[in-house]
Design a protein around this ligand. Structure first.
Ligand code: 13P
Ligand code: SF4
Length: 300
């Protein structure tokens, strides 16, 4: 039996499901029961009946699954698969930020800790951020944490007053430059560029579309020649699904180290040992659930 077969056998024996984010390596996405962006995976986690959810992604995603589905045991195959963006604000910093703007509402990107979610009015993902911001009355001031690039982009799209926290994703902030874009655009003038909203505004300004990873996948289905500005594992997987398309990663070396930590070997080990269990203290979980449920209601 090869390793993929062992994983599937064990998964079936344990009645588990495997969720994988769009930035996971090709073999992991290939054998997952569901793959998708943060919003799609949250919805799958919430509605899953399986007693065991194996989350191939990063900690905040597994934490979100544990909050949305407290009946299930949620495991993260690599204990230290974190998200540097989520770590850019902690709950004390958020409380100080709120104290400076007591009249404002707080929208937190799902890339945040459970404790930060618990202190927020509503969560959002890159797929529904504009919709969530637009759900507030027009004159409401909104504090957006922790991603300044997503926050600035939604402020522009919605015309709302948004005060952004100064956090960023190192992969998207530094991985893609206007110079690299201009170089590729000179070589391939008929290619369109799609970018993730975590990219710096230098890239956002010249992108043909700004999309979450699920939005990017829809765009890939409809276009044949694209430059893609997000984690290069996403482009690898799209190329694997659509080998006839001409897809170029704006930077093949820009990928999330934390997402790449999960591989078939540690996934099998995680399933065997049912490790690492991700749990959220009940009080935090209850409050964070309210911010997550509000997001899910608004994105219907
Ligand atoms: P998506 O929800 O668009 O998949 O993005 C998640 C993420 O972590 C991007 O860096
Ligand atoms: Fe976090 Fe960036 Fe990795 Fe996404 S790509 S999980 S935002 S570090």
């Amino acid at each position: 039996m090869n390793i993929e077969e062992k994983i599937i056998k064990l998964k079936n024996e344990k009645n588990a499901i495997i969720l994988a984010h769009n930035y996971q390596i090709v073999p992991i996405q290939d054998l997952a029961d569901f793959r998708g962006d943060s919003l799609q995976l949250s919805i799958q986690a919430k509605k899953s009946q399986a007693p065991l959810i194996v989350f191939c992604g990063v900690r905040f995603m597994a934490e979100t699954a544990a909050i949305l589905n407290p009946e299930a045991k949620v495991i993260l195959p690599v204990e230290d698969a974190g998200c540097p963006l989520a770590d850019m604000i902690n709950v004390e910093q958020l409380r100080e930020f709120k104290a400076l703007h007591p009249e404002a509402k707080v929208v937190c990107y799902i890339n945040s800790s459970a404790a930060v979610k618990a202190e927020s009015d509503v969560c959002c993902t890159s797929a529904n951020a504009v919709q969530i911001i637009n759900s507030f009355p027009e004159d409401e001031t909104i504090l957006f944490v922790p991603d300044k690039n997503l926050g600035s982009w939604v402020a522009k799209k919605s015309g709302r007053k948004v005060i952004v926290w100064d956090g960023y994703c190192p992969v998207h902030q530094w991985g893609f430059t206007r110079r690299a874009y201009e170089h590729l655009k000179n070589l391939y003038p008929d290619y369109k560029m799609i970018a993730h909203p975590e990219c710096d505004e230098d890239i956002i300004e010249v992108a043909d579309e700004v999309l979450s990873t699920s939005g990017m996948e829809r765009y890939v289905k409809e276009h044949d020649r694209l430059i893609i500005a997000t984690d290069s594992s996403f482009t690898d997987y799209m190329q694997h699904l659509y080998p006839q398309k001409k897809l170029i990663s704006l930077n093949t070396r820009a990928f999330c180290n934390n997402m790449r930590k999960t591989n078939l070997k540690n996934l099998l080990n995680a399933l065997e040992k049912e490790e690492t269990i991700v749990e959220v203290p009940p009080e935090t979980s209850e409050k964070a659930l309210s911010a997550l449920n509000k997001m899910l209601e608004l994105s219907n």
